[in-house]
Design a protein around this ligand. Structure first.
Ligand SMILES: Cc1ncc(COP(=O)(O)O)c(C=O)c1O
Length: 376
């Protein structure tokens, strides 16, 4: 169990921020790294050509450690939608084949597949939310030789219902289908092992559970897809781009591994040091320890919620960092606004009120939320 880490953040005592699934607050160290990065652009002579590469390689390596992969397997992307578009460009689908998704899945992992289906005659299947919240069983039951791609999260962004990706990955491989993952609502807080799960592509935005800045993200690319087609052609992804004087000796070859998929201007001097500082802290805490700590917090909240008549996904089917509270008759009108007026921050997605704590939360935050819910 990791003790409360609020001292690393700048969160006033009267703010109960239980909304990491919306956007994590930055640690002071991450803010300072960003300030340092901006200051370097104030005096650009302090930015040297090797900096365009070294910082990218540092974060690439840190992300690789987090997902148990190699730095060669990681591309730097600006958003989940960008990574999903890259995956769609590089995975074969034929007319009549199926792309599996979940009901109420996050739109950045939906729209590209709908476009691809329109272009190819494939069909996007939206699996209905199972009554028992067992998404794994529902997905396994839907996998057959018609499936070309399953585009999934690790846990559902509305209520934290978790998917056994190892089982799903194995079933997909047995019918020759690809697995594309959006890890934005899990990675950092929920352990993930690319060697065990073997996704084709796994993408994650940095501004939630990776505790980093907006407009940065990462994409794991399985080795078999590392010679594919990038969405765009940028100079730094080409071989020998380290030699600035020689950039006009145009190159057909790319930098090794997944680097060909890096977004243009990936060497962001303010954002990458921030992402790096956040990843360093996460690796130090360890996702297993973060998960165990947050699971204890949400389990206590789930019990207390149950005592007031609220329900949530059962602990064995829910990611420990995530609690979606369900009210008989739906989330009461105006409740999130009433909470926000008292500096208690949660969010409503679909039919659940998401309560998503992190290591900065303390018992006072939880008590303040339940004082309102219990009075209701
Ligand atoms: C599950 C999930 N994926 C992705 C995103 C962000 O997507 P993008 O990076 O395309 O803006 C969010 C934001 O709420 C999310 O909840």
């Amino acid at each position: 169990m990791i003790p409360c880490q609020r001292h690393l953040f700048d969160i006033p005592e009267d703010v109960a921020y239980l909304n990491c699934a919306y956007m994590s607050p930055l640690m002071k160290s991450v803010r300072d790294a960003g300030h340092m990065g901006i200051q370097r652009k104030v005096q650009p002579w302090s930015v040297s050509p090797p900096d365009f590469f070294s910082e990218s390689e540092t974060v690439r390596g840190q992300f690789a450690r987090l997902v148990n992969a190699g730095a060669d397997d990681v591309a730097l992307v600006p958003a989940v939608s960008y990574g999903i578009a890259t995956a769609a460009l590089n995975l074969p689908v034929s007319a009549g084949s199926r792309i599996l998704t979940l009901e109420e899945q996050f739109p950045s992992n939906i729209y590209t597949w709908r476009e691809l289906a329109k272009e190819t005659g494939a069909e996007v299947i939206s699996l209905a939310r199972p009554d028992d919240d067992d998404w794994t069983a529902a997905i396994l039951a839907a996998i057959d030789e018609r499936v070309a791609i399953a585009a999934l999260p690790h846990c559902h962004w509305t209520d934290g219902a978790v998917i056994d990706l190892e089982a799903v990955g194995a079933a997909l491989r047995s019918v020759g289908a690809a697995l594309v993952l959006d890890l934005t609502q899990s990675l950092g807080a929920l352990p993930f092992d690319a060697q065990a799960i073997q996704p084709d592509f796994a993408i994650c935005a940095t501004y939630k559970w990776l505790l980093g800045p907006y407009s940065t993200g990462f994409m794991y690319v399985a080795p078999k897809h590392q010679d594919g087609k990038p969405l765009e052609q940028n100079w730094i992804a080409r071989l020998n781009s380290e030699n600035f004087a020689g950039l006009v000796d145009y190159q057909d070859a790319y930098q090794p591994g997944a680097r060909r998929y890096d977004v243009g201007e990936r060497s962001n001097f303010a954002l990458l040091p921030m992402a790096s500082a956040a990843l360093a802290q996460l690796l130090d805490w360890g996702p297993e320890n973060i998960q165990a700590t947050l699971a204890a917090t949400t389990a206590a909240m789930a019990d207390r919620a149950a005592a007031t008549g609220l329900t949530s996904v059962a602990a064995d089917k829910r990611a420990g960092h995530f609690l979606g509270l369900r009210f008989a008759g739906g989330v009461p009108e105006g409740l999130p606004e009433r909470l926000a007026a008292q500096n208690i921050l949660v969010s409503v997605r679909g039919s659940s009120m998401r309560v998503t704590p992190h290591l900065y939360n303390n018992q006072n935050d939880v008590d303040r939320l339940f004082t309102v819910l219990e009075a209701l």
